[in-house]
Design a binder for this molecule. Structure first.
Ligand SMILES: Cc1ncc(COP(=O)(O)O)c(C=O)c1O
Length: 215
């Protein structure tokens, strides 16, 4: 809300990358005056990649009407027109729409506030767990995400080998760092269908593997 009030004062639109937060962390798009918010099926929605979901505010629709940038495939007006007759302009990833329908039923049963609370508990458990193993967090804990934890790695730890052992022997898939962070961090994704027990299993597996990959 603090960001949107500055954006609105400047008469601009607020575009929000909520790919990995929406559905897992509270994001009241109307209250916070987010103009275009984008999320994607493969994150908290618990289904494979293939669908992007977008919300568009009144101001964003007005900007869209005036925009001169050529558009065809990603034409929001075209998408909205088809939505009115329950269709999409192009063939969507139909299998994922069916999967999403099941996932949404699960989410409705659990309830949004319970989902957010579970992600907060799981995020806490992940952060406390890695700290208990002697790691430090990559991000300032004040801004820690409840959907992913990036963990800093000290020299002498073979991250690539650690991820391989976890994957092959424990069936646990964690991610390494990208680009300049390769070998310096690893990441635990904890969004969607995940519980505190999953985090306990990850921490206990890490505890077993660490002596094998440290020099
Ligand atoms: C915040 C955020 N933005 C963008 C992306 C990229 O999404 P995609 O891989 O669907 O393009 C991700 C994926 O991890 C993300 O977490």
């Amino acid at each position: 809300a603090a960001i949107s009030s500055i954006v609105k004062e400047l008469d601009k639109l607020l575009l929000v990358d909520a790919i990995s937060s929406l559905g897992s962390v509270d994001l009241p798009v109307d209250k916070w005056r987010c103009d275009v918010t984008v999320t994607a099926s493969q994150k908290g929605w618990m289904v494979p990649p293939g669908l992007a979901m977008v919300s568009v505010s009144k101001e964003a629709w007005q900007a869209h009407a005036k925009a001169k940038m050529p558009r065809f495939n990603w034409d929001f007006a075209r998408a909205q027109k088809y939505l009115e007759i329950g269709q999409t302009p192009w063939t969507p990833a139909v299998s994922i729409v069916f999967a999403l329908s099941v996932a949404l039923d699960m989410m409705l049963r659990e309830g949004l506030s319970n989902i957010f609370a579970r992600h907060a508990r799981v995020g806490d458990a992940a952060r406390e767990g890695v700290k208990s193993l002697g790691f430090s967090l990559f991000a300032d804990e004040k801004y820690a995400s409840n959907t992913v934890t990036a963990v800093s790695v000290k020299d002498g730890l073979n991250v690539r080998e650690m991820l391989r052992i976890l994957r092959e022997e424990y069936q646990i898939v964690l991610a390494g760092g990208q680009q300049s962070l390769q070998g310096k961090i690893f990441r635990i994704g904890h969004l969607g269908l995940i519980t505190e027990q999953d985090i306990e299993e990850i921490i206990s597996a890490l505890n077993e593997v660490l002596p094998r990959v440290s020099t």
